[in-house]
Design a binder for this molecule. Structure first.
Ligand SMILES: [Zn+2]
Length: 260
């Protein structure tokens, strides 16, 4: 990331100027800007796997391919690793391939709700889709940030009979229980997560969804990596998920999108 790079990948706005190739939007339209930048025409985009777009992330340093083996599509405000696109914390944003990457906002939808469609609500719903959350499932969610909270909320919306949310920050756990529909919360700062889930759900949960990634690493090696700014992803949460999940059931993770 170079000095002056603009951060931010969740935005709504009013269309101010329209490029010559844009067909579906006019000046004055109120729109959500997709966090992910997709071309709309590559093999991945044709399969509606827009965040995996093959064309919009030039990954100029090759960092993502070195770390993960493949490149994701481009993303606003997320460093060279995701294409080097300046982000949305700006007065004006140029949106490439606008017909694919903008969504018109209905007049009835307030800004505070529409903004969730730029990333958080879609990501949370996608987590439920990857884990195939169904009616009467038992679901465990790692992480109670905005995405983890909405994953819990959507799991209940889809009919899950039990949702357990895990975090280590008390106010997040309280919010998960009071507002996001979590039936049980686990504070991982003082709890053996695997043992606790095995006690709560004999045989294991039907669905395990990770929305915490490397944020809950415990190992000394990882703490050292974080301290010097050279951290990589960790498998600690994934190991917990695989250990507790009911035999033959589903785990989904946002660590490079692991889908088991
Ligand atoms: Zn594409």
């Amino acid at each position: 990331m170079d000095p002056g790079f603009i951060m931010g990948h969740e935005a709504i706005g009013i269309v101010d100027v329209v490029g010559p190739s844009v067909k579906n939007f006019r000046v004055g339209d109120r729109v959500v800007i997709s966090a992910v930048i997709s071309c709309g025409s590559c093999d991945y985009c044709q399969r509606k796997e827009m965040s995996l777009c093959d064309r919009t992330n030039s990954d100029p340093d090759g960092a993502q391919e070195k770390l993960y083996g493949h490149r994701l599509g481009g993303l606003f405000g997320y460093s060279k690793q995701l294409g080097g696109f300046d982000g949305c914390q700006a007065s004006h944003v140029r949106v490439p391939i606008a017909d694919v990457n903008l969504l018109k906002i209905p007049a009835s939808l307030p800004n505070e709700q529409a903004i969730c469609l730029a990333d958080i609500a879609c990501t949370a719903w996608h987590g439920n889709e990857l884990a195939n959350v169904q009616k009467d499932d038992t679901v465990v969610v790692w992480g109670c940030g905005p995405v983890g909270l909405l994953i819990a909320y959507f799991a209940k919306f889809r009919g899950a009979k039990l949702v357990v949310s895990i975090d280590e920050i008390p106010y997040r756990l309280q919010y998960a229980k009071e507002k996001a529909g979590a039936d049980i919360v686990i504070d991982r700062s003082n709890t053996d997560v695997v043992k606790k889930i095995q006690e709560l759900i004999p045989g294991g949960p039907d669905k395990c969804i990770d929305a915490s990634a490397f944020r809950y690493a415990r190992s000394l090696a990882h703490k050292a990596m974080r301290a010097v700014g050279l951290e990589t992803d960790t498998s600690e949460v994934v190991n917990e998920m695989i250990t507790v999940c009911r035999k033959g059931k589903d785990c989904s993770s946002f660590i490079g999108v692991l889908y088991l």
